[in-house]
Design a protein around this ligand. Structure first.
Ligand code: PTJ
Length: 264
């Protein structure tokens, strides 16, 4: 399957990091997230979430595994056949992939809504602006406390997440995933951790890095045939996707444990 994209994120102002550093992409992404945290776009806790994601991505070999590629095509099939699909965006997702979210929105005609765990009106506004600058049409209007949750992720729009039949959640926390599934919604999660509550509770989990997964879903939206759509939707098996991801990780760890120098 595809290796990590050679295209580096277009985050400006990182002259301190030499482009020939073997971990250039990772370092630049971290710097970018730290800057976004200072501005308030990313929650401080989002930096911890990113570090956890990076650790799992290491174990995957920083590439899209075969089962994740299949999950990405299935996600495209689900989004294209949805009555009312919504892409739910938090601080990390907007900071990492505003343009990719905008491109996916165009390809699958989903609504884009900001929904935050560490919610303040100022953060919502900053993230909405960032998405708009990247070309996304972001759902506006009054948010209401509509989801069965005790924390601030309960705030959403009546014509957005609340009435969606399919919600694509990016770097989610398990509570809201649970709440959305209990409301009868199909939840597609992108989460590098196949052991997380989100990964286990979602209808379909894509165990892949966000900036690799989103363009692949968008690409599939443009290319997938009607026959393939039906086949993929009829064969959704989240347990299989999670066990394949765990199998890939354990296989890679076992392989690496036998090597003297694995820093390649
Ligand atoms: O912006 P807010 O206020 O809504 O807060 C967002 C965070 C991310 C802080 C919040 O949703 C949170 O605490 O998330 P968790 O519970 O830490 O879960 C994040 C999950 O995303 C973890 O399982 C990580 O492994 C995974 N993850 C982190 N970075 C990536 C990722 N998955 C895919 N791609 C990534 N780049």
């Amino acid at each position: 399957m595809s290796r990590v994209s050679s295209r580096c994120p277009d985050y400006r102002g990182f002259d301190m990091i030499s482009v020939d550093h073997p971990r250039y992409r990772s370092l630049v992404t971290r710097e970018h997230l730290a800057k976004c945290a200072k501005k308030g776009i990313v929650a401080w806790e989002g930096l911890i979430a990113h570090g956890r994601g990076e650790a799992f991505d290491y174990m995957l070999g920083e590439r899209t595994i075969k089962s994740a590629f299949q999950a990405e095509r299935t996600a495209a099939a689900l989004l294209l056949t949805a009555r009312h699909p919504v892409i739910s965006v938090n601080g990390n997702a907007a900071a990492l992939a505003a343009h990719e979210i905008s491109a996916l929105q165009k390809a699958c005609k989903a609504r884009v809504e900001v929904n935050l765990f560490h919610r303040t009106e100022a953060r919502v506004e900053m993230i909405e602006n960032l998405l708009c600058e990247a070309g996304a049409h972001v759902l506006g209007g009054e948010a209401e406390r509509l989801l069965p949750l005790s924390h601030d992720r309960a705030w959403c729009r009546r014509d957005g997440i609340f009435s969606a039949d399919i919600v694509l959640v990016l770097l989610e926390d398990g509570d809201r995933c649970d709440a959305l599934v209990s409301m009868g919604k199909t939840v597609i999660a992108i989460d590098l951790n196949p052991l997380s509550r989100t990964a286990r509770l979602a209808t379909l989990t894509i165990v892949d890095e966000l900036t690799r997964a989103l363009p692949q879903i968008t690409d599939a939206c443009c290319k997938i045939s009607d026959i393939e759509k039906v086949q993929l939707i009829n064969s959704v098996d989240n347990n299989y996707l999670l066990s394949e991801a765990i199998r890939e990780m354990t296989g890679r760890l076992t392989k690496c444990s036998g090597l003297k120098n694995t820093a390649r």
